[in-house]
Design a protein around this ligand. Structure first.
Ligand code: G3H
Ligand code: 13P
Ligand code: ZN
Length: 311
């Protein structure tokens, strides 16, 4: 099976009230952990690559590793550029074998965002690749885009129809209170998502797939393991999984999760090395690291997103 776009995945997810997980990949063990989970859960999956991942692992390695995962699993996998900053990186990924790209024009004015997004859509669609746009700003740190809490700006439902019709995007990332990274809410702060905004957007764009970024839940048991074995992560709260379940039943068809995978993999590696101080073969500590990725992804698919048994 070749790489697929997200079109059919989103149509089914919208109709049946679940979401597809989009997990960030940076190396072989992460790709294997995610795709082994997807195979066991019989779940469609989106593997996404940030500019930082392309810099770290390099484009061709990531594309070839994903091709290898398809050979091994025969799963419908979409390969997606996460937070494309400009036309050039989107074009490089369209030309370089991706089936989906995100152009993140959220830091620009509404008009500039439309113009840039449309340029990417015109090119990507001519090559059979789908495009995710973004309207509204997330709090926290985006790849190469710094947005402070004060600047956080929820998506304005009054703008979404014009944005979608003028750009021709295939899906839309919105800001309703999620944020990137492992420190979303301080301890004691009550996590809150603006479901009222999501509902308004859903009414205006009936049947159109919505994307949620910054959707990690920051598992406290794994943070405790990291800190028990020499780590120093501050206390923080993520997005409650119950809220993600609710969003997945609504118009949200793609939910982006990266930090939770990082935390789970790091906890497993730290614990392994602390318990086996004599180990120095990377395969010894990357094996539990890969298994931790598999466990957290299977949990998200089965217990949060509702994407298990949807092939
Ligand atoms: O939204 C950002 C993703 O978590 C990717 O992070 O730029 O560190 O690869 P990165
Ligand atoms: P988290 O940092 O919450 O995992 O979000 C990841 C993301 O949105 C990638 O685009
Ligand atoms: Zn993101």
């Amino acid at each position: 099976m070749p790489l697929v776009t997200t079109t059919e995945m989103f149509e089914k997810a919208y109709k049946d009230g679940y979401a597809i997980g989009a997990f960030n990949v940076n190396n072989m063990e992460i790709i294997q952990g995610i795709t082994e989970a997807a195979m066991e859960e019989k779940s469609p999956v989106i593997l996404q690559v940030s500019a930082g991942a392309r810099k770290y692992a390099r484009h061709n390695y990531l594309v070839k590793l994903v091709e290898a995962a398809i050979l091994e699993t025969d799963l419908p996998i979409a390969l997606h550029l996460d937070h494309g900053e400009n036309f050039d990186i989107c074009k490089a990924c369209v030309d370089g074998g991706f089936s989906s790209v995100m152009i993140d024009g959220s830091k620009y004015s509404f008009e500039e965002n439309i113009a840039l997004t449309k340029q990417v859509v015109d090119y990507a669609h001519s090559k059979g690749v789908v495009v995710e746009g973004e309207l509204g700003r997330l709090a926290g740190i985006e790849d190469a885009v710094n947005v402070t809490d004060e600047d956080a700006q929820f998506t304005d439902p009054a703008q979404v129809e014009e944005f979608v019709s003028k750009t021709g995007v295939d899906s839309l990332a919105i800001a309703i209170g999620t944020s990137h990274g492992a420190y979303k809410f301080k301890p004691g702060q009550k996590p809150r998502l603006r479901f009222d905004i999501l509902e308004k957007i859903q009414q205006r764009l009936e049947g159109f797939p919505i994307v949620l970024h910054g959707a990690s839940s920051v598992p406290q048991d794994k943070v405790a393991i990291i800190n028990q074995f020499g780590g120093a992560m501050p206390d923080a709260i993520g997005i409650p999984e119950e809220m993600l379940r609710q969003a997945a039943k609504m118009a949200v068809c793609k939910i982006n999760i990266d930090s939770d995978l990082r935390i789970c993999m790091t906890a497993a590696v730290r614990q392994h090395l602390a318990e086996h101080p004599d180990h120095f073969d990377p395969r010894q500590f990357l094996t539990p690291g890969r298994e931790a990725i598999k466990q957290i992804v299977a949990h998200k698919m089965r217990d949060v997103l509702g994407s298990s048994n949807r092939l």
